[in-house]
Write a protein that binds this ligand. Structure first.
Ligand code: ADP
Length: 693
């Protein structure tokens, strides 16, 4: 730590006691003058090599100099993780939080930072240092355009602000660095060396790839180590886990089995705690975990995913089978990583995953402090295929990272609306000037692959997009140039896609009467609702029939129809268990989806108001609450009034005592399953309050 100034060193040794010295990658940044400089920097070093600490060092330095810092990250899960980590700094008088108005160091997700650059210019202008974590996401379809546009706007509004970008290594770093006007520090240090290899079925005389994975699992049992296996779909995580669990169970020593059983019980406690029986997915998960293998995907309860992650870290799970989404977000290293599938389904059929994704998944191998080496195995069918994959992935170069700003129409629309609504642009020329300064604009007009028509093509894209927005009455050409309509301002202040907004606007203008089931069906068909997808190809008739009962006729049921049917059941107080059985869907994510739907109902309410329709306000508030709590209308006051009561117990109470609870005694309440002293007390308080009002 001798390279740090004494004050900085004191804070770091106090808050990060396990860090004894800077590692070579961190040293190379410090030696390049990173901490003294006010220049922009891109730090490009592998995963787990300690980028966060470099960000923290620059942040503390800036704050000690009287400055304020925003640390922006792509996902809420990462935001929470970082806030928790940075809170340690509060001992040294640095305030940490999520709001830049009240924190010296504010951790914000890309979306919120983008929103700050649209409407909170005073705050933005007080920021001295912007740290962009996971900066390589700039090439990702949905979040990339958000962060590149936000950075562009922020630089324009606050040119003195320093930018530090923390990134995985990208092949066209020079180009990106030129755009950002940044110095680049690259280093290939890894805290744990990584061995990467392609294995094939022929080497093991195996029938299929799963059998190779089984061999790896068997070896890791004998070596007492853990494995993370990546496959391409939710369904494959389950089928691989079941396959392995069936074959490995008998070979596991008894003391381990006991530990696995405990984890399985914790998994089953999640549905039990909400008073409903476990879904078949829960049962399958618990079964696999009894053999030490867990599957991990978006269709599980949040709490179950947390348990799996925690228990894996504690060494109580041998293997996790996961979809590639596990490589973002949570920090979950493992001694061994297996990549069974290197293709992914897209609109054009199966396609190879990028080398970049291979690197990210492989990079999870090797736990700092525990392992002296990490292993990454890609599995091929045949020996020939293995040779080819070795060339492509192990020796291959990471793809170029390109801006997706024009490819992602919705992002382009949203940025045009943002520029117009915030008053930064009132003509096509203004817009062109803005987009010319984005990474996209740089790539088209100045980067190594730019051409003479680059700017013309941006102009064409902008004009077409602007016409679309005018046609949909989101912006309008007034006497003094382009302005946003009230609808446009609503969109600019929301996080919703233009497609969603246009769809709901149209629905609002065409309806004669508010039909809440029809509205749910519309909501489920927007890109802003996380789907509750079918688990397999089994009969989809129950979904069609349920929708039909509510006057919605569909030819064929897809995932958004399934989502609509599940939400309808949810507000009629069916449990996830019942929903799963009725429709064969991943119902554990119902609560999350219903929460998003509830927020979207409020957005719809605003859209109605903009159209001058106020008659449905009350009905829409009720629907939002029903989605949020998963209840029928009559018990809304009870679940709102008694925190922590929940839908199941609230219904029990009303069934047992009726709606008027004034004369029900505490001991009577406590006879209901799951109601203890505290809840009984709260219910009494609620009953007294409601009789006064
Ligand atoms: P990434 O580069 O992927 O953001 P992190 O910043 O999360 O990696 O660092 C991975 C782990 O290494 C963290 O637990 C961090 O505290 C630890 N770490 C960072 N720098 C050092 C260091 N110089 N010595 C020991 N551990 C370190």
């Amino acid at each position: 730590m001798k390279f740090l100034n004494p004050e900085l060193r004191k804070i770091i040794t106090d808050c990060y006691p396990y860090i004894e010295s800077l590692n070579p990658a961190q040293m190379s940044a410090v030696e390049a003058g990173y901490l003294e400089s006010d220049e922009n920097f891109i730090i490009a070093i592998p995963t787990a090599s300690g980028k966060t600490l470099l960000g923290v060092l620059a942040a503390i330095q800036a704050i000690m100099d009287g400055g304020r810092v925003i640390y922006t990250v792509p996902l809420i899960s990462i935001q929470n993780e970082k806030v928790k980590e940075f809170r340690e700094l509060e001992k040294h008088g640095i305030s940490v939080g999520k709001d830049p108005r009240t924190s010296d160091l504010a951790v914000m997700v890309f979306e919120s930072f983008d929103s700050l650059t649209r409407f909170s210019w005073n705050t933005l202008r007080e920021i001295d240092l912007l740290i962009v974590d996971e900066f390589h996401m700039i090439g990702e379809y949905s979040r990339g355009p958000v962060i590149e546009s936000a950075i562009t706007r922020a630089r324009k509004l606050n040119p003195a602000m320093r930018i530090v970008a923390l990134s995985a290594t990208l092949s066209n770093m020079d180009e990106i660095g030129e755009w950002l006007g940044a110095r680049i520090v690259e280093h290939d240090y890894r805290p744990v060396p990584l061995h990467r290899e392609v294995l094939d079925t022929e080497m093991f005389g195996a029938r299929d790839k799963n059998q190779v994975v089984l061999k790896i699992l068997e070896r890791s049992i004998s070596e007492d180590s853990q494995t993370l296996a990546f496959v391409s779909t939710r369904r494959f995580t389950e089928s691989l886990a079941s396959y392995l669990a069936d074959r490995i169970k008998k070979k596991i020593p008894g003391d381990l089995l006991e530990r696995f059983d405990e984890v399985a019980e914790r998994i089953l406690d999640v549905p039990r705690a909400s008073g409903s029986p476990p879904t078949s997915t829960c049962l399958k998960l618990a079964d696999c975990i009894r053999a030490g293998v867990a599957f991990h995907h978006a269709g599980l309860f949040n709490r179950q995913r947390e348990i799996i992650e925690d228990e894996f870290r504690r060494g109580n799970i041998l293997m996790i089978t996961a979809t590639p989404s596990l490589m973002y977000g949570v920090n979950l290293p493992s001694r061994t990583v297996v990549i069974r599938d290197y293709t992914r389904w897209t609109g054009q059929g199966p396609q190879r995953i990028p080398v970049f994704d291979y690197e990210q998944m492989s990079g999870r191998a090797g736990r700092p402090l525990y392992d002296d080496i990490g292993y990454s195995y890609l599995i091929a069918k045949s020996h020939d295929e293995a040779m080819e994959l070795e060339e492509y992935y192990v020796n291959g170069e990471v793809e170029r990272t390109n801006s997706r700003l024009m490819e992602n129409r919705d992002a382009l629309y949203r940025q045009i609306i943002a520029q117009v609504a915030s008053g930064l642009a009132s003509t096509t020329e203004d817009l062109l000037e803005f987009f010319r300064e984005t990474f996209y604009g740089y790539q088209m007009s100045e980067g190594p692959f730019s051409n003479a028509f680059g700017l013309d093509s941006i102009q064409y894209e902008i004009e077409t997009a602007t016409e679309f927005l005018i046609k949909n009455r989101i912006i309008y050409p007034g006497p003094s140039g382009l302005s946003a309509t009230e609808f446009g301002i609503l969109i600019a202040k929301s996080s919703y896609s233009v497609e969603t907004a246009v769809k709901l606007h149209q629905f609002a203008s065409e309806m004669d009467e508010l039909d809440i089931y029809r509205l749910i069906y519309e909501l489920a068909g927007t890109p802003d609702i996380p789907l509750i997808p079918f688990k397999g190809r089994k009969s989809r008739d129950p979904v069609r029939e349920r929708l039909m009962e509510h006057g919605i006729f569909v030819m064929d049921a897809g995932n958004s129809e399934a989502t609509a049917a599940a939400l309808i059941e949810w507000i009629n107080e069916r449990t996830e268990y019942e929903i799963e059985n009725a429709f064969n869907v991943y119902a554990a994510s119902t609560r999350r989806t219903a929460y998003e739907a509830s927020r979207l109902v409020k957005f719809f309410k605003r859209i109605c108001e903009i159209q001058g329709v106020y008659g449905y306000t009350g009905k829409l508030d009720v629907l939002a609450a029903r989605l949020y709590y998963g209840v029928r209308e009559d018990i809304i006051p009870l679940v709102v009034g008694v925190r922590g009561l929940g839908r199941v117990r609230a219904r029990k109470i009303v069934e047992t005592f009726g709606e008027d609870l004034r004369h029900v005694r505490k001991d009577e309440l406590k006879r209901i399953d799951g109601i203890g002293e505290k809840l009984a007390e709260a219910i009494r308080g609620y009953a007294e309050r409601s009789c006064q009002s």
